[in-house]
Design a protein around this ligand. Sequence first.
Ligand code: 3H9
Length: 709
Amino acid sequence: MASGLNSQVVKSELRASVLVVTIANPPVNALGMDVRRGLIEAIAAAETDAAVAAVLIVGAGRNFIAGADIREFGKTPQPPSLPEVCLAIENCRKPVVAAIQGAALGGGLEVALSAHYRLAVASARLGLPEVALGLLPGSGGTQRAPRLIGAKAALDLMLSGRHAGAREALALGLIDRLGEGADALPEGLAYAQELVAAKAPVRRTRDAQALADAETSRAALEAARADTARKSRGLFSPMKIIEAVEGALTLPFDEGMALERKLFLQCIASPQRAGLIHAFFAEREVLKAPETKAAKPRALESAGIVGGGTMGAGIAVAMLDAGLPVTMIERDEPSLARGRSHVEKVYDGLIKKGRMTPEAKAAVMARFSGSTSYDALAQVDIVVEAVFEEMSVKKAVFAELDRVCKPGAVLATNTSYLDIDEIAASVSRPGDVVGLHFFSPANIMKLLEIVVPAKVSADVVATGFELAKKLKKTPVRAGVCDGFIGNRILAVYRQAADHMMEDGASPYQIDEAVRNFGYPMGPFQVSDLAGGDIGWATRKRKAAARKPGDPKVRYVQVADRICERGWFGQKTQRGYYLYPEGARTGQPDPEVLAIIDAERQRAGIKPRSFTEEEIMRRYMAAMINEGANVVHQRIALRPLDVDVTFLYGYGFPRHRGGPMQYADSVGLPKVLADIREFAKEDPLFWQPSPLLVELVERGADFASLNQSE
Ligand code: 3H9
């Protein structure tokens, strides 16, 4: 009897003549080995049980099925494979219905596509997001989806990885019916019973005819190929998806399936798959800081911002966008008016692009208020200070916050490098002081470093994480040091780039190498975009802080020579590059090359040539080594926190997973050997991190340190 056949994660129950097969594999009903086995058994039982007239597949909890179990990739595959499961469902001689709520993604949607009829309720999100993991839909998705909804729509889903809502899925023909209620089970059951009563036939997606118009299908394929060649530079799986869909156009179903399998296995073997899946888990792991486990966040219903400059206004916009009322403090009315206009400018830009209506702007701005008196912050739950980067100025602000804010208010600083312990020590409530380091433009950039000073209360840190969630940002917990995680590491590999420039590589060659590695921009382009004056100010500050006995580190003066000429990058129409008439793409500047030559001569350096490979080896070795130091000193909890910082704040190519994951993929012994080789020229700069040395000695990698605390 079918209803007796119950595994832990797949439960079957006969209701009237419908065998209800429920996948109950929390948290998201991923298709791990037990689920796959359970499904095969349930279908086999339905075939042989005369009491079963139809099968209904549903997911327990919020989701249908979120796809294959991603944790299994890279391990030895266990039978049955998901394509086999899907084939068994499709081959079932009794009608199989999938009833979808929540996520039906990847292998989850492929299970549904193998069923003969599909219903989804309004909450459903359907998609084939494998591309985001460096994969292709590998359980018949590349063969069934185009046959069901046509090549164009299927390619769009597979190449974008986006989720379609239930209504869109209906319009596309991905589902047959939209359920009216919220719960897929009763809706699906009624649908299955209706099909049984109507003696509806088994209807296999492999026989669907949406590819019948060969000319339209071929055109869609070629358009996707051209578009992908333009957009997905260096990515492996998008072209494989196109190749598989071409198979759907040209081959019989079974041969198309074999091609899909072959291409899927190529994707599985690709380092990009490892990098992207690492990124997927890492961006979830960063949420699990010790404080978020230990404490509940405080109330977060209103916010104050001190400072209406670019940063303060950007943070205000991020808060307003999250629905919070925001009070901005500035020292006088003209500054406040400027701050307000910075905020309004963002929304006016959206109106201009047609992405916001004037009424919506008015509604948002109704939640914005400003004052020149700190007393206006008396009742806010959180204040973020974003004033000038100078300790005395920060302390003066915090003295005011200490005076006016209600007990329990979170007092946050957006400093990029100042000692937050010192700021916290200056107030009567150090437990309430935390760092919230936003990245510019603060309403757009996804990274939020949550900087944890020694005396902060756990619930204040947890509130920082809660704020990140409200703001749809990715939080990374960081310890206090100059530059925290991101800017501290940046300062080091940026120096490595400067050294290479002085030794013979041009900034243009370095930028190109970095772009070819997968970054959207190289370091000299970034400097031109951010404004050379910012780095100049930091260098002056560091120079002023140097003590007589400090070791004499190598210092490349090219950037100073450029800044002294007032060339700060895009905003002054020249920096490392020329930007004629406000152009955003720079052109190489012969005068900059002359400045570099002069600096080489002054330093007595005979320029040598660099290959792209050497440039990247040095650039990455510097980044990885400082990343290891940051983990070693507990500034970052785990290597993955460094990875997420770089993926979300510094444009690191996602398919490489982050610098520490990249180091693992290269092999730590090789990275260490490089550093030791470079140290022969400059032992002060290239000091191997003790953590890197220890891991190599133990034969371990960074991944081994990634377990959650
Ligand atoms: C595939 O299907 C390949 C096939 O074509 C071919 C095979 C042959 N596996 O995101 P959340 C975990 S590839 C394992 O915080 P939400 C996640 O790590 C797959 N674990 O929840 C987290 O764990 P923890 C294609 C998974 O409500 C927990 O579940 N599918 C998987 O914000 C909760 O996740 C996808 O790419 C998984 N597939 O969002 C979909 N999915 O609590 C990937 C999640 O320990 N998943 N976990 O940190 C998602 O997009 C979102 O998780 C989802 C829920 C929208 C479903």
